[in-house]
Structure formats: C-alpha cells, structure tokens
Ligand binder design. Structure first.
Ligand code: GDP
Ligand code: IMO
Ligand code: MG
Length: 425
C-alpha cells in the first residue's frame, strides 16, 4: 500500500513534518522530484533537522530511502547530509539511488549564478535549473554513469568546453578542472556506489510485495514546471501527475494522496501571489509568528491569506484523498481571518487560476472573512479539542476543496498533530 505526500501551494507547507510523522510506519520512502532546493524541517526526538536531499525515512533505522529518476542529486550535499545524519542519529541511512537520476555538478551552480536566475526568478542557486536543462539537452551525467567512470572525464570535459565558450572569462569557470571534479566526485560518492540501481524495478517489486511505501513530494503544485505559475516555478514536476514518470512505475497503487497546505500562504522568490499581504497589513506578523524564513536559503518568505482558487488548482493536479492542514496555530491570535474565494480579473469574477503570469498578475482576491479563535490550539489533540471557530475554519477549507482534512498540525513537533480519519500507511 502506498501513500504520497504533495505540497499544495508554493512549497514549505510542512511536508517534512507530515512525511516524518507518516514515515514511522513506512518500509520504503521515495523522493520523486527536485533536489537540494527542497528544505524539509523535521523535529525528531526534540531535535530540529533541515533536510534537503535524503528522504525523511532516514530518521528510522532500516527504512529504505530511494532517490527516484526524477530527482536531481548534488553528490556533495548528499554526502554531507548522509554523514551528518549518521552522526546525529547513530545509524546509517539506507540510501538507494536511481541509475537514471541526474547529478548536479559544480558548474551547474556557477551557471545559475552567472545567468542571473537568482535575481530573475528567485531560484535557490542550488544548480537545479541547469541540471534539469542538461537532462533535456542529453548531456547530463547520471548516477548510473558513476558505475562506469572511464568516460566521465571526456563527457564532463565536453560540457565544460561548451560552458567555457560562453563564460570562459569568469575566473570561477576558468578555474574548474575536469580531473579535479571527477576525482572529488568519485571520492564523495564512494559510500553510495553499491546502492545505485534500476530503482524502477525495485520499487515495482516492493509495491507488488505490498511493502508500506511513502512518496515524499518536494516543492508544491504551484511551482510545477508545466502547471505552476510559469516562469516563476522550479524545473521539475511537483504533483501526482509527475510521480509515475519519475519512479518508472505506470500503475503504482497510491491509495492515499495527502495534500499538505498551510493554514495561510507563503511564497519565496518572484512571481504573482494574489493574496500576498504587505508588511503593514499583516505580512510581517505572519512571517514572525510563523518563522517564515527559508530552510535552504534563509530568505524571508512572502506571506498572505489562504487562496482557495489556487488550492482548487492544486486539487485538480493531485486529486488528494485527504488534506494535511499545517500551522493552524499561527492563526491563533488573528481577530479576523481572510480566505480568497475567487479572483477579479479585469472586471470579471473567476473561480479558476489563470495559467499565464500575464493573467494571474492582475488578479485581485475576493475575500470571505472568518472570526478568529483568539486562543491557543497548540495543545489540541482532537478535532473536538479545537476552538469552535478553528473547527469552522478547517471545515470551510475542507468543504470548499471537497477533500476531508485528515491531518491538522498545530505545532512543528510530530505529537502536535490531530489525526482524523487517516489510515496508517
Ligand atoms: P516543507 O518544505 O514543506 O517541509 O516545509 P518547511 O520545513 O520548509 O517549512 C515549514 C516550517 O513550519 C518548518 O519550520 C516546520 O518546523 C514548521 N511547522 C510545520 N508544521 C507546523 C505547525 O503546525 N505549526 C508550527 N508552528 N510550525 C510548523
Ligand atoms: P520545499 O520542498 C519553497 C522556489 C524558489 C524559486 C523557484 C525556483 O522546501 O517546499 P529552483 O531553485 O527550484 O530553481 O527555484 O522555486 N522553490 C521553493 N520554494 N520551497 C521549496 O522546496 C522550493 N524549491 C524551490 O524559491 O522561487
Ligand atoms: Mg521547505
């Protein structure tokens, strides 16, 4: 039986907290998109961890942690995280890597910086876009290539020659040595070499054997390369639609699909955000209370009200069987809570999210208001234990999206969770 967890907004919904909680019962946990642009926060035995590359199954001894074909891997980040987790947890994570997963090499990060994607899109500068671009251009280096390293120098050399053609004047590019990259790479990936495999076959076997599997999404539906707010998106497929392609299993029986959404909205980087609040009208208050600063880059996150129009779009892409509503506690002291029900676009009221930035940018939110509960939800452990107004808020979201709220999170720790109608994975 398989469960998948997806972000329903622009990332940072609390997927790390939710997947860590569910992974307790898992035998296999799979990352299927993105790379170290992800920053998943986990509170494990009272200690806080920021995880970028390894699936959260790593927290539990003996759980297989698979990086599927659709993931891009920064070998240096992977190794550093692996060593750190081994040290802090006292056991070695069982990492398995798809031979088809692409590697992020040092020139990818440099290119992203030189091309100005940080300023234009607000990317995380982790080399994500350039690595996926090399995949599409068929000059990428894949994990499976590490098992036959004889031609690596020649292949990386050919890519570097192309890059030097455009950027050779930059001293950081000029300094890169093919031999140096390959030597450092092979030393860094040493512990993982025996675990690079055709993971599609392994995952199909595990699914057939009825293993308890968890698919851990990164980013969120609105950052999807095709169906997100293009061009202000990441470079991978972030929804259920992309899962089969990434894991290489056409009919994976993913019976539970959990859509994670924050009780309000945040976004990092550029791009339209119809319900954004400026600092004076409450954005700063949400940011401070919700500690909305990036795990990967430390950047302040833009904050605003919940957007049901955008969430309905995410529902279409993921068809969740349940919602995990996180950070409800951050709204504890807000007198009047706003929720966007529709947009006004050039005088017309619309209830769907426009696919182009040209049409999304002028959209103005039409709000419905809810009375706040003005009391703490931090200790609530059942729906009945929530203040009446908080229950009404959760019900309104769940009804509008026509998906039951099966998990409600009221704090970063795993125990600060209300589980309602969710079957163990
Ligand atoms: P992810 O990328 O989706 O895993 O989310 P991040 O880890 O980037 O951001 C979510 C932040 O909210 C982290 O700091 C979590 O520890 C924290 N968090 C998650 N759920 C809750 C919650 O219900 N209440 C509070 N107060 N914090 C939460
Ligand atoms: P998690 O998994 C929030 C955003 C970046 C930028 C855009 C493109 O923690 O939810 P990229 O580096 O991917 O090319 O950047 O996508 N972004 C995220 N925002 N959470 C993330 O991951 C993100 N991963 C990428 O801020 O706007
Ligand atoms: Mg994050």
């Amino acid at each position: 039986m398989a469960t998948a967890v997806f972000g329903m907004q622009w990332g940072d919904e609390g997927k790390g907290k939710i997947t860590h909680l569910l992974a307790r019962d898992a035998e296999v946990v799979v990352r299927f998109n993105g790379g170290p642009n992800a920053g998943h926060t986990v509170v494990h035995n009272g200690e806080t961890f920021g995880i970028h590359q390894i699936p959260v199954g790593a927290f539990y001894q003996g759980v297989r942690c698979v990086l599927a074909a659709g993931v891009v891997i920064d070998p240096w980040t992977l190794r550093q995280e692996y060593d750190e987790l081994t040290d802090r947890l006292g056991h070695r994570p069982l990492v398995e890597i798809s031979e088809a997963a692409h590697l992020i090499l040092p020139y990818h990060r440099l290119l992203e910086d030189l091309e100005g994607s940080g300023a234009k899109i607000g990317t995380t500068l982790r080399g994500i876009g350039p690595a996926y671009r090399d995949r599409a251009a068929r000059c990428g280096i894949r994990a499976g290539d590490l098992l036959h390293p004889t031609d690596l120098e020649a292949r990386i050399g050919a890519v570097l020659a192309q890059i030097r053609h455009s950027w050779g004047d930059d001293p950081r590019i000029a300094e890169l040595s093919v031999k140096g990259i390959v030597e450092d790479l092979m030393e860094t990936v040493r512990p993982f070499l025996p675990r690079i495999a055709d993971t599609a076959r392994l995952l199909e076997d595990a699914l057939e054997q009825g293993k308890r599997m968890l698919f851990e999404g990164a980013q969120g539906a609105l950052l999807d390369i095709d169906y997100g707010t293009y061009p202000y998106v990441t470079s991978s497929a972030t929804t259920f639609l992309g899962l089969a392609q990434s894991i290489g299993v056409a009919l994976a029986p993913v019976s539970q699909r959990i859509g994670v959404l924050k009780a309000y909205t945040t976004r990092v980087g550029q791009g339209a955000f119809p319900t954004e609040l400026d600092d004076v009208s409450g954005g700063e208050r949400l940011r401070e209370r919700g500690k909305e600063f990036g795990v990967t880059t430390g950047r302040p996150r833009r904050c605003g009200w919940l957007d049901l129009v955008a969430l309905r779009h995410a529902v279409r892409l993921n068809r969740p069987t349940g919602l995990a509503i996180t950070k409800l506690d951050i709204l504890d002291d807000i007198e009047t809570i706003h929720v966007c029900r529709a947009y006004r676009l050039r005088g017309e009221v619309i209830e769907w999210m426009p696919g182009s930035a040209r049409d999304l940018e002028p959209c103005e939110p039409i709000y419905e208001t809810f009375p706040g509960w003005m009391s703490s939800t931090r200790e609530a452990r059942s729906v009945a234990g929530l203040p009446r107004e908080a229950r009404a808020y959760v019900d309104a979201v769940s009804n509008a999206l026509e998906v039951p709220a099966t998990l409600i999170s009221v704090g970063p720790e795993p125990e600060a969770t209300i589980i309602s109608g969710f079957e163990s994975i």
